[in-house]
Design a binder for this molecule. Structure first.
Ligand code: PLP
Length: 392
């Protein structure tokens, strides 16, 4: 199909649930994408963090090629080595858990919510936070502390209270004798890169322990090395009871994980929860390749050193353009640049100059390059952003 026909077919045959840029991509390699006309783009926001190893990493491609010739899918009423290998490797990275495999972040959130309700034996309320994002399915949407995503889909499932991030009093005010859990993103992604304080998270952990409540870390966006540690909770000196993962784990293949602290994991028994495609041999093999590559190539070091470099450079840019840049926030390779002006046009200008970035909350530019990004690529992206801001 030619470009025009592809656009037409989208318009006529594909639901318009996304605001799309008029770009048709046909090839990816590392931090780069090529469109249908052969134009090359530097991707500083690969799939909302899905591209942890960039596009088409050779190790992921080799793993998929190998597995595809052996066994693509097997139902979850049998065993296969892939889930065992992946669960073992995930556990080796610090969270001693039992794992439920699913296919997306929302599905992982749903699993966590269901788990808490079963654990609660009548306690069912979950406290989540303003500006949080936990997915688009109904319960995940109810957990999401942003009214704009819920509007029009009422009645929203009950059982969720919203508190304010970094405000313990607001959490205490939201408590009731029905509260069973607190769910948070340690760094809110869709909400504009808002970072939970260390003190606040310790206090949440203490509160949950005192009240026999579960602490859920939604690491769908922050997990798998994005913040410079394997999981963002590891910055905080606490361990959650439940951790959800998705995006960056599968190297581009769809996977979700609900990991539950081993001691309580058997709360869910056979028949209580399921996912047909969850943890297929194919996605497990790809995810295993992602974990091993992060370790072998010492990518956390890359994330930390280039993350610090990027932070320094963005702060320099803030000094250079004080009227445009309000604040630079981030950790590892997860950055938000809050502007005093709408970000949409900046993103469009960057795209014209072959740099792909994102804007969330209207005014927060988001940069989340692959963990494999090089200094040369960081400099190239900064150069484009600088030229775009200079032209304002
Ligand atoms: N949780 C967080 C923190 C997310 O950022 C997202 C997606 O952006 C989700 C959950 C939902 O993930 P998915 O789109 O894979 O359902």
């Amino acid at each position: 199909m030619k470009a025009e026909e592809i656009f037409d077919t989208y318009n006529n045959g594909i639901m318009s649930t996304y605001t799309r840029f008029p770009l048709i991509f046909v090839k990816g390699k590392g931090s780069y994408l090529w469109d249908i006309h052969g134009k090359k783009y530097l991707d500083f926001f690969p799939g909302w963090g899905v591209g942890s190893l960039g596009h088409c990493h050779p190790k992921v491609m080799a793993a998929v090629r190998d597995q595809v010739s052996k066994l693509i899918f097997i139902a979850n009423n049998y065993y296969h080595p892939g889930q065992a290998n992946l669960a073992k490797e995930l556990n080796l990275r610090g969270f001693d858990s039992k794992i439920f495999f699913c296919n997306s972040g929302a599905e992982a959130s749903e699993g966590a919510i269901k788990f808490c309700r079963k654990f609660g034996k009548g306690r069912y309320e979950i406290i989540t936070f303003e500006n949080s994002f936990h997915g688009r399915t109904l319960a995940a949407l109810a957990a999401t502390g942003q009214k704009k995503y819920q509007a029009g889909f009422e009645p929203i499932p009950e059982g969720f209270k919203t508190a304010v991030l970094n405000d313990l009093k607001s959490v205490e005010n939201a408590l009731s004798d029905k509260t069973v859990a607190v769910m948070l993103e340690l760094i809110q992604g869709e909400g504009g890169i808002n970072i939970a304080d260390k003190q606040f998270v310790s206090a949440l952990r203490k509160l949950c322990d005192e009240k026999n409540m579960l602490l859920i870390a939604d690491e769908v966006q922050t997990g798998i090395g994005r913040t410079g540690k394997m999981f963002a909770y590891q910055h905080y000196g606490i361990t959650p009871d439940i951790m959800t993962l998705a995006k960056g784990l599968g190297g581009g293949l769809p996977i979700g994980v609900m990991a539950v602290k081993r001691q309580i994991a058997d709360t869910l028994q056979p028949g209580m929860h399921a996912s047909t495609f969850g943890g297929s041999p194919l996605v497990c093999k790809a995810a295993l390749a992602v974990l091993k590559t992060i370790q072998k190539e010492n990518l956390l070091h890359n994330v930390n050193s280039l993350g610090e470099y990027l932070r320094g450079q963005l702060n320099e840019m803030k000094k250079k353009y004080p009227a445009i840049i309000k604040e630079v926030r981030g950790i590892g390779l997860m950055f938000g640049v809050e502007l005093n002006i709408p970000g949409k046009q900046i993103v469009e200008e960057c795209i014209k100059k072959s740099l792909l970035i994102n804007c969330t909350h209207d005014v927060v530019l988001r940069l989340m390059p692959a963990l494999t990004v090089s200094k040369k690529e960081v400099d190239k992206a900064l150069g484009v952003l600088d030229r775009v801001l200079a032209s304002r």
